[in-house]
Write a protein that binds this ligand. Structure first.
Ligand code: AKB
Length: 315
């Protein structure tokens, strides 16, 4: 029987992934954790514990007392916040991953999931249809920490046989929770402005193309990868995953079809520099070949789905 621990469960990805894991394994087998105790009310369908991932003894003791078999280690500082706290971001993103990899090496954990990001790519990476293996020269602290984390994952797999799996997520867009501190956050915020009939001031230029993905696709990919037989998981750093690529203007036009009054202006800030070093689009043919990955949502279907569901979420 699997017993699942999720760190950063109250975050944008965690909020939705935890629910799916509880549906698959049963709420009583899932322990959602977050540093923020105020999030507890969101997890009435599973167990919730407060956990600071910098406290490695606390993680080890929770894994032992809860008889955990799999950890989804989602707690991290995202790209924009990391630029404001570089050393803290490095410590949080890397030390916590190393604590969990060490725990997997020394205890009975049988599988680890850890998210990487398109931020591992940099200014000299081929920007269009970015391949799995290519120049990776991230110049953000978040990207540097994710690239180092990928190397650690591969190291623990090769040296110690730790079954750690990972995906390089594009910008994730969902309606159930807000992202916090990322460069792709504009693509969620614009929906909130459209529904509130408010003007949207975008912090990226109108023609900045970035790889993005609807949350349902991201959750599906994560579960597919984690359930794939180990023999089919040929990438032990982190899998490229492409979804849809669009610019702020493409998204604005797609929302405007349904909300003709939505207005937008562009005031790029420091996040533009980050976005400029990330790919426009991603080649995910290895994920397709290895574990049958295929995204379902395009820009139009994602837009319709969010606009249809967000009002109930906000009510
Ligand atoms: C961010 O913008 O920092 C994240 C990411 C692409 O990893 N959404």
């Amino acid at each position: 029987m699997e017993r699942i621990l999720i760190t950063g469960a109250a975050g944008q990805l965690g909020s939705e992934l935890t629910r799916t894991l509880a549906d698959i394994y049963g709420g009583e087998q899932v322990v959602a954790t977050d540093i923020n105790a105020k999030s507890a009310h969101k997890f009435d369908y599973c167990q919730f514990r407060t956990l600071d991932v910098m406290d490695k003894e606390a993680i080890a003791s929770m894994v032992e007392t809860e008889k955990i078999t799999q950890v989804y280690h989602l707690a991290a500082m995202l790209s924009a916040t990391s630029e404001k706290n570089p050393l803290m971001a490095w410590k949080l993103n890397i030390d916590s991953l190393l604590s969990i990899l060490e725990l997997a090496r020394t205890s009975g954990l049988n599988k680890i999931y850890w998210p990487s990001s398109i931020a591992v790519f940099g200014p000299n990476t081929p920007a269009v249809n970015t391949p799995q293996d290519c120049i990776m020269d991230p110049n953000t602290v978040y990207g540097i920490s994710k690239l180092a984390g990928e190397r650690w994952c591969q190291y623990y797999f090769e040296k110690y046989g730790v079954d750690v799996r990972s995906i390089r997520y594009p910008g994730l867009i969902g309606y159930k929770s807000l992202p916090g501190g990322g460069t792709t956050d504009y693509a969620v915020e614009i929906f909130h402005k459209a529904l509130a009939d408010e003007h949207f001031e975008c912090f990226l230029e109108e023609d900045t193309s970035l790889p993005m993905m609807y949350m349902e696709d991201a959750i599906q990919a994560t579960i597919q990868l984690m359930q794939a037989p180990a023999s089919q998981v040929t990438v032990r750093s982190s899998y490229n995953l492409g979804g849809i690529s669009f610019t702020p203007d493409d998204l604005y036009q797609a929302i405007k079809v349904h909300h003709p009054n939505l207005s937008i202006s562009y005031h790029p800030d420091f996040r533009q520099k980050i976005a400029d070093t990330w790919p426009d689009s991603i080649d995910d043919s290895i994920a397709q070949k290895d574990w049958g990955w295929k995204h379902k949502f395009d820009l139009e279907t994602m837009t319709k789905e969010i606009l249809a569901n967000l009002p109930a979420q906000l009510a």
